[in-house]
Design a protein around this ligand. Structure first.
Ligand SMILES: O=C[C@H](O)[C@@H](O)CC(=O)C(=O)O
Ligand SMILES: [Zn+2]
Length: 276
């Protein structure tokens, strides 16, 4: 498991392109037959990718977590961003179509991930945070969530946001998670931009073509930097950082947060005048 430390904004301002990528960018999450995990000190979240091929893969505790099993002191939100698959939680199997979401609460012990076909494997993206109480395991199918329309084509940000794990949806201790899809011709997400000192966030960009690139913006509002990202890469946003971006085509992204509250609208909006 790769470890990422928290960074101070005064330090982050001095980062080179390579430094920014090393600290915040998460590459190669979906490696066939492997479970990849990154532990960030931001909210002590674990970001991961599980890509089963022929055999099932299990998500276990490890030495760095000092946990006998993965959910001993944690909860997890999972989206399937690949082909059809399933997740078995202590003997109960949940079918996971592309873009379906599963929340698994504190205390569940055996977590098994499978793909329906090795030719088009499931790709399970996970975001886990410390938990203090068990909430029920819940599945939500992508097709059952209508979502809300945001933005407009005129401002190149016409998109639909679906909130899956949140105050009025699947209950959790602190994980808030959902998916935003941009329409053809729209490229900007989360603009006007914001921070939220009370929560950290991770974005996973998906549905980008091989040659498309995302220019993800981060940094303090007056010290913006960018990271050039490819399909199926994730980026960590510390609480003091903006997180928005524009790509060379439309795309989808999964946003995941944890922290002091689960209030989606608790954002510190940044005005265009403040940005540098
Ligand atoms: O704190 C919330 C997050 O940054 C995202 O939900 C923003 C988003 O999906 C969008 O504007 O499209
Ligand atoms: Zn945000």
């Amino acid at each position: 498991m790769d470890i990422r430390y928290s960074t101070h904004p005064d330090h982050a301002k001095t980062f080179t392109t390579e430094d920014i990528r090393k600290h915040y960018l998460i590459e190669e999450l979906f490696v066939p037959g492997e479970t990849k995990l990154v532990y960030t000190m931001e909210e002590r979240a674990i970001v991961g990718g599980i890509t089963p091929i022929e055999e099932s893969l299990s998500l276990k505790g490890n030495d760095q977590m000092k946990a006998e099993y993965f959910l001993e002191r944690r909860e997890v939100g999972i989206f399937n961003v690949g082909g059809a698959g399933s997740i078995t939680v202590d003997g109960e199997t949940y079918a996971m179509e592309n873009k379906d979401c599963l929340y698994i609460g504190l205390g569940k012990r055996e977590l098994l991930f499978s793909s329906e076909s090795a030719a088009s494997p499931a790709k399970f993206y996970l975001y886990s945070a410390p938990a203090h109480k068990e909430y029920p395991t819940q599945h939500v199918a992508f097709k059952d969530i209508e979502g809300d329309r945001l933005g407009a084509l005129e401002t190149a940000n016409d998109r639909v946001i679906r909130r899956m794990i949140h105050k009025e949806g699947i209950q959790s201790c602190q994980v808030v998670m959902g998916m935003t899809q941009l329409s053809t011709g729209s490229v900007w997400n989360s603009m006007p931009t914001h921070t939220h000192d009370r929560r950290s966030e991770v974005y996973l960009y998906i549905d980008l073509d091989e040659n498309a690139r995302m220019f993800h913006m981060m940094g303090e509002p007056t010290q913006t930097r960018h990271i050039v990202m490819k399909n199926e890469e994730a980026v960590i946003s510390p609480p003091w950082s903006i997180h928005c971006g524009a790509a060379t085509s439309n795309y989808t992204f999964i946003w995941a947060m944890a922290g002091d509250n689960k209030t989606y609208n608790d954002m510190d909006q940044v005005t265009m005048d403040e940005l540098r």
